[in-house]
Ligand binder design. Structure first.
Ligand SMILES: Cc1cc2nc3c(=O)[nH]c(=O)nc-3n(C[C@H](O)[C@H](O)[C@H](O)COP(=O)(O)O)c2cc1C
Length: 209
């Protein structure tokens, strides 16, 4: 059953879901379309609406993307092994990442938010407005998914192989940047808790830094 959440609960409990993605249950296309329609309500620079979402359900494509994803996740986990041994929080995230690496090809849907216009090597201001033309829409998609009992996690591992992913999916790499790979599935249970965060005064600056 989809959770019946207030707006504040939705914002506070849309977590990175890796271990509680239901790999056995297909995701209805209509649910995804509802989330994508809500994503389209996000802002984009100059009202460009230069966003695209590649919704991958094909098993062979998910397997190919999974290979790329795993190829970055495994060395990442090796690199973080010492940190995980020293800190239980890191160990928990690493375990979750390892679980997803082992199962990513089985996650029923991979969503790749994209934006038209490459900004490789451009100044930070150009980068910021281009990325901010897709990231709010993608986050709206993730919130809408949570409201419908779907789990998601923002991931970027596959971007190390963005060109290969573009070839797999027919994305015109020279014109279009991929922002993420978001695995999507129904969640196992719908109860998620707010995460621990730093005290506000460590990151909020009133009037001056
Ligand atoms: C920019 C960005 C990149 C991320 N890349 C990955 C990734 O490649 N793989 C992954 O498993 N999680 C990835 N994550 C998720 C984070 O590792 C982390 O789980 C999440 O931010 C923690 O969420 P929480 O504090 O709400 O639990 C990424 C998150 C962000 C915002």
């Amino acid at each position: 059953m989809p959770p019946d959440l207030t707006p504040d609960e939705l914002l506070a409990t849309t977590r990175s879901v890796r271990r509680r993605l239901d790999l056995t249950r297909p995701v209805e296309r209509g649910l995804l379309e509802e989330c994508l329609l809500l994503a389209q309500q996000a802002p984009s620079a100059s009202y460009a609406q230069n966003w695209h979402f590649v919704v991958v359900t094909d098993a062979a494509e998910r397997a190919a993307l999974g290979e790329l994803w795993r190829g970055v996740a495994v060395p990442y986990l090796q690199h973080r092994a010492a940190a995980a041994a020293a800190d239980q929080r890191v160990a928990r995230i690493n375990d979750a990442v390892r679980h997803l690496a082992e199962h990513i090809h089985q996650v029923p849907v991979h969503v790749i938010p994209c934006v038209e216009g490459r900004t490789d090597g451009r100044p930070a201001a150009a980068q910021a407005s281009r990325w901010a033309s897709i990231i709010p829409a993608a986050w709206s998609f993730m919130l809408a998914a949570r409201a419908r009992g779907l789990g998601t996690v923002w991931t970027t591992f596959h971007l190390r192989h963005e060109r290969e992913a573009a070839e797999i999916l027919g994305i015109p790499y020279e014109q279009v940047m991929q922002a993420a790979l978001i695995p999507v599935a129904h969640t196992i249970g719908t109860d998620f808790k707010p995460a621990a965060r730093h005290q506000l005064d460590t990151m909020v600056h009133w009037d001056r830094w």
